[in-house]
Design a protein around this ligand. Sequence first.
Ligand code: NAD
Ligand code: MG
Length: 399
Amino acid sequence: MKRVTQGLTLLGATGSIGASTLDVVARHPDRLHVFALTAHKAADALLALCLRHAPRYAVLSGQAEDAGLRRRYADAGCRSELLFGARALEQVAADAECDVLMAAIVGAAGLAPTLAGARAGKRLLLANKEALVMAGPYFMRAVRERGATLLPIDSEHNAVFQCLPQESGKASVASVRRILLTASGGPFRAAPLDQLSRVTPDQACAHPNWVMGRKISVDSATMMNKGLEVIEARWLFDVAPERIEVVIHPQSIVHSLVEFADGSTIAQLSNPDMRVPIAHALGFPERIESGARPLDLAAIGQLTFEHPDLQRFPCLGLAYAALRAGGTAPAVLNAANEVAVAAFLDGKLRYTAIPQVIEHALERMPAAPADSLEAVLEADRAARAAAGDGVAALMGRAA
Ligand code: NAD
Ligand code: MG
């Protein structure tokens, strides 16, 4: 009997996670078909993906209605229906024909469509960590109340999920003592501290082990990425912040570890290839082919671990502080980080000024309750303004 395939909506199809997802999906035509693909403005890249994967819908969320583009897609032989504007993201996320939603938009822009998928009770594959950082408790409530299935794509959280026992179809943390998130330490783990103020965007984006989008690459260099992941883990697994620790592991082979009450520690290992967690989540609870190279431990030889240095990585300390402050503080942290990273990538801000901009925004905006989406979005908006002032004050200034 022919199996009915599941429809996939892929938010952020033209990005790094988008490409890895489509690579895995193309290996499993008996399981999955592409229902909708979205991009922000990259019309040509999206058209190429539509010609290859023939989705029912293609969304350009950062473009207003454009008859010329519609014609260009049709003339190229694209049969997908083209939708414009951010609201179309929510439409394709919540559509009845979307069985699986991959949330792979970068940044705060991913929150509304990811939440729409949670509210529609989808099988939700979450790469967009910023959604959970901004609105963790609120987001998780929507997942619970609407019966959505949440599967982590971030490699560390996917690793933790794989290490946890499953009880009644859910990952259980009942016997967990600690979660240990691994971090590569990024390109500047061993660079002299007095040289950091001069690093360029290209140096910050040259990650030693992973190829990723530019924003998350800078976050990996500052270790804000790990800070965001601590907050993500706190809500995903409902574990207190004191029980989530970070350990630097430069080889990026052990993707995270869970320590249990009896002293056992379980880890998940693979080559650093996002197709592994993506295939895990697409196939779960079955295991399906990802295309990743098998692990050759003897060739790697050594796996090493060290404590993070908070003087080198102040963003990690800021993230823990925002998590402890609670309420809207993580949303402020996230928004200020996005503004600071964008300014750094634009050549307007020094690398070492990134944490200063974030600290300034956190100081200016004391934590308020984050009990509604409006409260979170308002904090996001105000934090962007505060961070913009911080960038203007620090622009060009020697650190
Ligand atoms: P990317 O920059 O390569 O791609 C981002 C995608 O989002 C693109 O398709 C882009 O068109 C779309 N997009 C950008 N701005 C948008 C906006 N304002 N509205 C709607 N769509 C928009 O990013 P990436 O590296 O693929 O990361 C995507 C998400 O996955 C991020 O949240 C990141 O933290 C997370 N993640 C990525 C990796 C990785 O290996 N790349 C690993 C773990 C988690
Ligand atoms: Mg990660």
